[in-house]
Design a protein around this ligand. Structure first.
Ligand code: 9MR
Length: 335
């Protein structure tokens, strides 16, 4: 009887594991990866989309709903409704949520730049970060505290925030965020910052190292990884970059992954896109300081790419008909 019980238990575990392997979101969770997608409010309200998202991903981020102009459109009015809907959908389905983003040069509410006093503007930034993070305490595990603060040549982007306060404003934002939710993982996020050796990437590393040495509460950096299939890709340079942050004791999150292809896509391009996704996932699975891998969209049916790069599209591992590409199946195998 004892042996029978043991055999039944082992069989149950094996069946469970086999089941997990087939469902991408479960396989990712088992592998310890926050495997996610950027979603819209429309996604969070649509049963078919929710099914697609929860089957494939265990993590979400709002593509636009947490940006300043949306969540805080008037000085004294916070519009938490849509972000609440997204966060509640995720949490009720056992998913994790990323927060995107506080300090950015785009999508600020128009009133923000009309605040003329520096002291008042700084206090208002503090209020914004604190209110949002306190509201989502326990629901959002990681935030892009600042986004896209460097130019391609490695100088600081001459953004509205930088022009008013200089680089000190970024450290201030991390201090405020840490005070608001000491458990949240705080990230500095950017694009074209993935390869060690590039001017922008090296400038970010130097700045972050200085922050760590000064004791600023930063927990890691975000590689957006908006890539293009027919441009050079160096797995080694990305891994080297990830490792140097690991040596500083920092995490690296893959925050907005997509690999655009020339449309209509050739089978060769789609195959190469798959190789790039798998190379990125291999880094995530083998480097101990990477545990977040989020795509910038759910499927090729909705993506920012063609609007910004005419002639390019189809950048995700789920196609326009919401069917997984071979890339998705290959990644699930890797989990
Ligand atoms: O995908 C987002 C798109 O819907 C918005 O119109 C756009 C506004 O600039 O932002 C896009 O998301 C960006 C993200 O917030 C930051 N990294 C680059 C993303 C693509 O532009």
């Amino acid at each position: 009887m004892k042996n029978f019980k043991k055999a039944a238990f082992v069989l149950a575990v094996l069946l469970l594991l086999a089941g997990c392997k087939k469902v991408p979101s479960k396989a990712a969770t088992k592998a310890g990866v926050n495997f996610g997608a950027a979603i819209t409010i429309g996604d969070a309200l649509n049963q078919e989309q929710i099914k697609l998202i929860t089957e494939n991903f265990n993590t979400v981020v709002a593509e636009n709903n947490m940006k300043w102009e949306n969540i805080h459109p008037k000085k004294t009015f916070y519009n938490f409704g849509d972000m609440d809907t997204i966060a509640d959908m995720a949490v009720s389905n056992g998913m994790k949520v990323r927060g995107h983003t506080f300090i950015w040069y785009q999508q600020n509410a128009p009133y923000v730049s009309s605040i003329k006093s520096d002291d008042e503007l700084k206090a208002h930034l503090e209020e914004h970060i604190t209110k949002v993070m306190e509201h989502y305490k326990g629901k959002i595990y990681e935030y892009d505290v600042a986004n896209e603060i460097f130019e391609e040549d490695g100088s600081f982007r001459k953004s509205f925030w930088y022009n008013r306060f200089g680089e000190e404003i970024y450290e201030f934002a991390f201090e405020v965020a840490h005070k608001a939710d000491p458990d949240a993982i705080l990230i500095l996020n950017d694009y074209n910052n993935e390869n060690a050796g590039d001017a922008k990437s090296d400038a970010q590393y130097k700045f972050v190292k200085k922050m760590v040495e000064k004791g600023v509460p930063i927990n890691g950096i975000g590689l957006q990884l908006h890539l293009q299939e027919n441009l050079p890709f160096s797995k080694d340079a990305i891994r080297k970059n990830v490792q140097r942050y690991g040596e500083l004791g920092l995490k690296v999150s893959f925050t907005e992954v997509d690999v655009r292809v020339k449309t209509p896509a050739t089978p060769e391009a789609v195959k190469h896109q798959q190789e790039i996704f798998c190379d990125l996932l291999d880094i995530a699975l083998t480097e101990p300081n990477v545990d977040t891998f989020v795509f910038w969209g759910v499927s090729d049916a909705h993506t920012w790419v063609p609007g910004t790069f005419p002639g390019y599209g189809d950048p995700l591992p789920i196609d326009k008909d919401n069917k997984p590409k071979e890339a998705m199946k290959a990644m699930v195998k890797m989990f």
